[in-house]
Structure formats: structure tokens, C-alpha cells
Design a protein around this ligand. Structure first.
Ligand code: ADP
Length: 243
């Protein structure tokens, strides 16, 4: 049995010209539980994810599988098994669902598969299609997908990249209730053997799916625990839930 993975942030700080958008965050996010990061606008959630994925410089450490991500460039962070999505889906609209997955997986495997004669769909792509529930739309241009389906395709792109850590920025924003539930179920399924961190504003979704919640405020961790625990915390009610 392999050990359970953890993404461990220690003293993580991001300083923008003297303004600490992330200010000394200590946080452990564990494989197999759905970790949610909440907090008011400007709390530092996106900047924290930016630092972990190499988009901005951070100090302190962000350790995953024995390596400090803060010392790596973003492409090495991806190869180390850490992937993210953005609030706005970043799929290639003109290419099919299958081609998007093929490119995401091919880039990761250093092979431009589209340039090769097709010999069927690679197993890992077929498996990702099945997991995200888009097998029936494999040949549809991504631009024709519904909003929710595009977000699932993005998650599929992380699956084919073998991302063991997935950092998802508001994956259910703009989704219907059915799409939100489907997304929650998807995250539960893929979260058993991955470390998943979800930035989320939708409190219904957080209540339904979060196993562990971290509340950020002004760059710091204000509270963490189960949904019930953080909801009961008067400091959390004051800055966030009591609006
Ligand atoms: P959240 O995701 O919780 O809404 P952000 O991480 O986007 O918060 O922002 C945290 C704070 O950092 C905000 O006050 C924001 O204005 C500031 N900030 C974000 N990016 C930059 C930047 N590149 N330069 C200066 N300040 C920034």
C-alpha cells in the first residue's frame, strides 16, 4: 500500500511590493479528502494557488512528494504531478474534446500525438473521457460544449496529465444545480487517490462536498476544520459567513 500524499505549505508568503497577499500560511492538504479553500474576495486564495503552481514567486515552502514546488518553474511543477484549472476554461474551442485531451496528455508525454497517424484512442484518454462523462461528445468541438462540460473537460485534461494534485478555481461557478452535483460526484470519485483543493464561493457546494475547509482572510488562515467547525467559529461568521 502506498503512503497517502500530502501537499504541505509552510510559512507560505507572497509579497507584492510590500503587500503580503499570502502571509505565512501553514496548511496541509491530504489525498483522499476534498479540501476546500474559502474566504472573501481578496483573501489571497488565488495568489496561494498561483504560488504553488509557479505563476508568482512565494517564500516559505510548498512540499509535495519530497520536493519544494516553490523552487520549480511551472512546467516542472506540472511534471511533478501538480495541475490546476482557472475560473475561465482554457480549452481549445475549435478542437474536439478528444483532441483537447490528446494534446494535454501528449504535451505531458513529450509527444505531439496529433501529428502521428491515429491508431485508436489511447487508453488513458478513453479512461479520462469516461471519468468526466464526455465519451459521447468525444468528436464534438470543445467550443460547442455547455459551460459545465467545459469545466469537466478541463478536469479531464488534468487527468491525462497524471495530476496527483489538482487545484481547481471555482469549478462550479455558473453551473446548474445538476451540473454542480455531477461535479461534486466527479471530484469525490477522482479524489480518492489524488490531492484535490477547491477554491469555492458557492457555500451550498462547500456544505455538500467539503471534507476539510480552510478559511482565508487577509492572506492568513483564519480557521480550518470541517464545514460545521468553521461555520461555528465566530471569527469566520464575522468576516465571511455572516454577510
Ligand atoms: P482571492 O482569490 O481570495 O479573491 P487574490 O489572491 O486574488 O484573492 O488577491 C489577494 C490580494 O492580492 C488582493 O488584495 C489583490 O488585489 C492582491 N493581488 C493579487 N495579485 C496581485 C498582483 N499581481 N500585484 C499586486 N497585488 C495583487
Amino acid at each position: 500500500m502506498s503512503a497517502v500524499d500530502q501537499l504541505v505549505l509552510s510559512g507560505l508568503t507572497v509579497d507584492f511590493d510590500g503587500f503580503k497577499a499570502v502571509d505565512g500560511v501553514d496548511l496541509t492538504m491530504t489525498q483522499g479528502v476534498l479540501n476546500f479553500l474559502i474566504g472573501p474576495n481578496g483573501a489571497g486564495k488565488t495568489t496561494l494557488v498561483d504560488a504553488v503552481t509557479g505563476l508568482v514567486n512565494g517564500t516559505g515552502s510548498a512540499t509535495f512528494r519530497g520536493a519544494d514546488l516553490l523552487t520549480m518553474k511551472s512546467h516542472r511543477i506540472v511534471r511533478h504531478g501538480v495541475g490546476r484549472t482557472f475560473q475561465t476554461a482554457t480549452v481549445f474551442e475549435e478542437l474536439s474534446v478528444l483532441q483537447n485531451l490528446d494534446i494535454a496528455g501528449g504535451v505531458h508525454r513529450k509527444a505531439w500525438r496529433l501529428a502521428l497517424p491515429r491508431r485508436g484512442v489511447p487508453d488513458y484518454v478513453a479512461s479520462a473521457l469516461d471519468t468526466i462523462g464526455l465519451t459521447h461528445l468525444a468528436d464534438t468541438p470543445a467550443g460547442y460544449l455547455a459551460h459545465g462540460q467545459k469545466q469537466w473537460l478541463e478536469i479531464g485534461m488534468l487527468l491525462v496529465q497524471d495530476a496527483s494534485v489538482m487545484l481547481l478555481d471555482e469549478p462550479v461557478a455558473g453551473m446548474s444545480a445538476e451540473e454542480r452535483d455531477a461535479t461534486g460526484d466527479l471530484l469525490r470519485r477522482i479524489g480518492t487517490d489524488r490531492t484535490i483543493v477547491v477554491i469555492e464561493h458557492d457555500m451550498d457546494f462547500v456544505r455538500n462536498y467539503a471534507d476539510h475547509v480552510t478559511v482565508m482572510h487577509a492572506g492568513k488562515v483564519l480557521a480550518e476544520g470541517t464545514v460545521a467547525e468553521v461555520q461555528a467559529d465566530p471569527r469566520v461568521q464575522e468576516v465571511y459567513l455572516g454577510h
